[in-house]
Design a binder for this molecule. Structure first.
Ligand SMILES: Cc1cc2nc3c(=O)[nH]c(=O)nc-3n(C[C@H](O)[C@H](O)[C@H](O)COP(=O)(O)OP(=O)(O)OC[C@H]3O[C@@H](n4cnc5c(N)ncnc54)[C@H](O)[C@@H]3O)c2cc1C
Length: 385
């Protein structure tokens, strides 16, 4: 087992860190509690692309960088640390492009990938509905084939990037007969097949749009079916493997930011005539934070390594997602405790990091669902279908 970064990966980490601190952090500070406007999101993504954001995993022939999954992890961990909202927009756009690349026809790849990899298009993936969360096989949004188009009717909720998206991969029921189940995916291009959106107010991650999407007799050309009819659920579940690792990275970035701030604070803040970092119970809390963060990183980078190998790794990515997101909640909570009253103040970043971390135990499968996957895969006994 080799835990060392290659020389190239070390250089990437240092150069992207410098770039993000100088070019992206000032904007991050301005947009901690307000949504990143769409035009700004496009501009910032275009600035990130030369480092490998969004384009990293794709082959060079189509504008990618053939980047290994560990390097992709390094890039996103750093961005989530500095500007979680922008990291979310960039990651979901990359994930949309990967989904289209993996399951799309040549024609679909030629039509959509260049727009996503240039930052001209922002992507999103719409599965969740007001009544359907942990069990996507029950989605109610309908996409019924009528001549040359699918007619889409229904509502999606909690869709990351929803309001700023230009293209959306939507999970719909495609069966005509209500007695039969057929869940498929459609590529809905907003300029062609309009859908409306409304942003949701939420506890944290307030610069990142999370939206309701409304499909009201939206006509989607039949050539925009992604994969085969009835294959939508299986392929959606498969893409969760990668997404869960990136949600874990998201938590690690946020937790790292709170650890960095805490280390600085405990050296500067004095009580009883010495830095609080010299009090044993502060060291106890700080040690917990450091150990949990390291364990989260090890699980997550193992998941990324397995994804890079093309191995089936839903057990390992569920472990990473569960552990990293729950650890980030504990780590950012300890950071508040160590900062005392200042940890609760809106004038310090600490309370925001706690609220941001708290958002991530829910998406891409709640902590409970991750545990059920780990136990099911180990026992061969499913507690859910
Ligand atoms: C920040 C954020 C971003 C998101 N982005 C997207 C996105 O881009 N696209 C998208 O489609 N969705 C997105 N979601 C939605 C997310 O995937 C769902 O919220 C999640 O799957 C849980 O569904 P739910 O909220 O309806 O909860 P429910 O499924 O109603 O669950 C409620 C509670 O019941 C528990 N539960 C459910 N089933 C079981 C079971 N079988 N056994 C034990 N406990 C169970 C859950 O763990 C939870 O505690 C996002 C959510 C958030 C918060």
């Amino acid at each position: 087992m080799n835990f060392d970064l290659t020389e190239e990966q070390q250089i990437l980490k240092q150069s992207v860190k410098r770039f993000l601190e100088k070019e992206i952090k000032p904007c991050a500070d301005e947009y901690t509690e307000k949504l990143i406007p769409k035009d700004m999101a496009h501009d910032l993504i275009k600035k990130l692309i030369p480092f490998g954001y969004v384009v990293g995993p794709f082959p060079e022939e189509i504008g990618g960088m053939n980047m290994d999954t560990i390097s992709q992890g390094i890039l996103f961990e750093e961005l989530f640390r500095v500007f979680p909202g922008l990291g979310g927009i960039a990651f979901i756009t990359m994930d949309t492009a990967l989904t289209l690349y993996e399951y799309g026809t040549k024609e679909q790849i030629d039509r959509f990938i260049p727009k996503l990899l240039s930052g001209d298009y922002i992507g999103c993936v719409a599965v969740t509905e007001p009544d359907i969360g942990s069990n996507p096989s029950e989605v109610k949004t309908r996409g019924i084939l009528e001549g040359e188009n699918y007619r889409v009717n229904g509502q999606k909720i909690w869709i990351s990037n929803g309001s700023v998206s230009d293209v959306c991969v939507v999970l719909v029921r495609t069966e005509k007969d209500p007695g039969k189940k057929s869940v498929s995916r459609l590529i809905v291009e907003r300029s062609v097949s309009d859908y409306s959106s409304r942003d949701l107010g939420k506890l944290g991650l307030n610069s990142w749009p999370t939206s309701e999407l409304f499909f009201d007799d939206t006509l989607v050309p039949k050539e925009n079916l992604l994969g085969d009819v009835g294959e939508g659920l299986k392929s959606t579940l498969r893409t969760f493997e990668r997404a869960r690792c990136f949600v874990a990275l998201y938590s690690i970035g946020i937790a790292q930011a709170s650890v960095d701030a805490t280390i600085q604070y405990v050296k500067e803040r004095e009580q009883w005539g010495k830095p609080i970092g010299q009090h044993q119970m502060i060291q106890d809390m700080l040690a917990d934070m450091l150990i949990e963060l390291d364990a989260a990183k090890l699980l997550t980078y193992r998941g990324l390594y397995l994804i890079g190998k093309g191995a089936r790794c839903d057990t390992q990515t569920s472990m990473a997602k569960y552990y990293a997101t729950e650890a980030a909640v504990k780590i950012t909570s300890n950071a508040i405790q160590i900062h005392g009253g200042y940890g609760l103040s809106k004038e310090f970043p600490i309370e925001r990091l706690f609220r941001d971390a708290r958002m991530l135990t829910i998406p891409d499968g709640t902590s409970q669902i991750q545990k059920l996957i780990v136990a099911r895969n180990t026992l061969g006994l499913a507690a859910f279908k």
